[in-house]
Design a protein around this ligand. Structure first.
Ligand SMILES: [Zn+2]
Length: 246
């Protein structure tokens, strides 16, 4: 068991939250009961995940995508009211970690994805959110590896036979960061989503591009974080995957 404030303080330090200028508050976003024994993790704080956490009698819910984004309306009405009311009525703490959880070098989404795709020597590119590493494969083989690891068919742009050695990736909706991959002469850039202009940008820069799913590429950081917390504080923890095709 751990107190909610102690857990928030620990995560703040462990994930180096103060280093990030983010689009949402990181940490305890909704305050619930003080003592925490059981935590549920999931990618996004939507109603299905909250309902599942209630069914599981969770004391805390940990997510990558929480509430209170910079550009969203600040009123608490409609589905936002429903989600927040469900958490408050059930005394469930909501902890959200966004960019700090992408970047962390042990439990972060990017390092966790690299481990699942057997990418060697993974490291961030300078002070960007994009990572680089080494593989010895072809585009079609990488596509198969991704499909098996993430249980999702990726959208792939480039020649099947293209040989890949240097690879760059950034989990989530990071398609506009393809520039960082081009700058280091990567053979391929993997991210979660794709936009209309990306296939041409990739083709003209002779770089393969893989859209492997925003949700699918960001399942692993929050799971790794909660496994770490469960060992550290002797908590029960469970990951709940609410299917999302994007
Ligand atoms: Zn995301």
């Amino acid at each position: 068991m751990v107190n909610q404030e102690i857990l928030a303080g620990y995560c703040q330090q462990y994930l180096r939250v103060d280093k990030f200028d983010d689009y949402c508050p990181n940490g305890l976003q909704i305050q619930g009961k003080p003592d925490i024994k059981k935590i549920i993790s999931g990618v996004s704080a939507n109603q299905d995940l909250i309902d599942a956490a209630i069914d599981e009698k969770a004391d805390a819910l940990f997510v990558h995508h929480g509430f209170f984004w910079k550009n969203e309306a600040s009123e608490i009405i409609g589905i936002k009211k429903n989600r927040i009311k469900a958490l408050l009525d059930n005394d469930i703490n909501l902890y959200t970690y966004h960019l700090p959880l992408d970047a962390h070098t042990t439990v972060g989404n990017n390092i966790q994805l690299a481990q699942r795709l057997n990418i060697k020597n993974p490291e961030p590119i300078g002070d960007t959110l994009v990572w680089q590493g080494e593989v010895e494969t072809t585009l079609s083989k990488l596509s198969n590896t991704i499909e098996q690891a993430l249980n999702r068919v990726p959208l792939v742009f480039g020649d099947d036979d293209k040989s890949l050695k240097r690879i760059a990736w950034c989990t989530g909706g990071a398609q506009s960061y393809i520039e960082h991959a081009i700058n280091i002469n990567a053979d391929c850039f993997i991210t979660g989503e794709v936009s209309e202009q990306i296939p041409a940008i990739a083709f003209e820069n002779n770089i393969a591009f893989v859209s492997a799913g925003h949700h699918a590429t960001e399942r692993y950081g929050v799971q790794a974080l909660c496994q770490h917390l469960s060992q550290k504080f002797n908590l029960k923890c469970q990951f709940i995957d609410i299917n999302n095709q994007v």
